[in-house]
Design a protein around this ligand. Structure first.
Ligand code: G3H
Ligand code: 13P
Ligand code: ZN
Length: 306
């Protein structure tokens, strides 16, 4: 079926009180894992490509993702994750993406509004929807490094003003989460009250970045198979459910797929020292990632919505 816009998928999610995953891809196996999970759970989905993914995968990666997604029998949007500039977003439009994120959250509000509005004008002209971000997440992105203590949570009144001024379709909010596999000690804090306050002022879908669960079982397996990940922690699935109940409609997940991939590859290489067929190494990793995505789709409530 034709690709779906981000807004079509996410407006239905916010109205229906469920969340939809945006899963990052970097190659064929990850893309297949995401799409197979969406098919098996009958779930709408966004496939996200960062600028780093586009650099890594070269010209073929977006073509491959768009082509595979077009064969899906569930709604799929192809999304630019953390677009750093107007030019980057316009390139994604040309590649056939149906959702773009312009991330100027590190800039002053005035610059963020101006740059987001430029992207909105271009994207809406070709029927593509736009995610923007206000507030700052902790952790590390490829292009943006924000010290944990500098993380600034999204203020509800600023969010409302920003959405009216920029015309963005959905909004990434800083609510205590951070990217990567170390989200804080114990059970990382998610500011559910803040989501409620923002959602009371904004009818648009809200977006949770840094939402990976970092399952301890995967971290243990990865470490037992020779890895060395210390202090790994993620977002508890009850906190994800609570966030969705308050208005989060798009839930970004990358780290959990990276963990699943690496744990399985390490296990195969440890257990089968004579193995050198890439398909026998990457195939099991793909299956492992598919299981993780399926599980998350059930937690988000998107399973059975397509
Ligand atoms: O938010 C960041 C995503 O996990 C993508 O990461 O920029 O390393 O591809 P990346
Ligand atoms: P995680 O690192 O928690 O998977 O978050 C990914 C993300 O927010 C991509 O934009
Ligand atoms: Zn992110």
């Amino acid at each position: 079926m034709p690709l779906t816009t981000g807004s079509d998928i996410l407006n239905a999610a916010r109205a229906g009180g469920y969340g939809v995953g945006a899963f990052n891809t970097n190659d064929m196996e990850i893309t297949q894992a995401i799409l197979e999970a969406a098919e098996s759970t009958r779930s709408p989905v966004l496939i996200a490509l960062s600028e780093g993914a586009l650099k890594y995968g070269g010209a073929i990666l977006p073509k491959l993702v768009v082509e595979l997604a077009r064969d899906a029998t569930v709604p799929v949007a192809i999304h630019l994750d953390h677009g750093s500039s107007y030019v980057s977003c316009v390139r994604a439009l040309r590649l056939g993406f149906t959702s773009v994120m312009i991330d100027q959250s590190h800039e002053e509000e005035e610059v963020n509004v101006r740059e987001t509005a430029r992207v909105v004008e271009a994207a809406h002209a070709v029927g593509v929807s736009v995610e923007a971000e206000i507030g700052r997440l902790g952790g590390v992105e490829e292009h943006v490094v924000v010290a944990e203590e500098d993380a600034i949570l999204t203020k509800p009144d600023e969010a409302e003003r920003f959405m009216h001024a920029s015309g963005a379709d959905y909004l990434a909010v800083a609510i205590g989460t951070s990217h990567g596999a170390n989200k804080g000690k114990g059970r990382p804090y998610v500011d559910i009250e803040r989501i409620r306050a923002i959602a009371a002022r904004i009818a648009n879908p809200l977006v949770m970045h840094g939402a990976s669960g970092v399952p301890s079982s995967l971290v243990r397996r990865l470490n037992e198979a020779g890895g060395d990940l210390a202090d790994a922690s993620g977002i508890h699935e009850d906190d994800v459910r609570a966030a969705v109940a308050e208005g989060i409609a798009k839930i970004n997940t990358d780290t959990d797929l990276r963990l699943a991939f690496t744990a399985r590859v390490r296990e195969v290489l440890r257990d089968e020292p004579k193995q050198f067929d890439p398909r026998k190494i990457l195939g099991p990793a793909r299956d492992e990632m598919r299981a993780v995505v399926e599980e998350r789709m059930r937690v988000f409530g998107s399973a059975g919505r397509a």
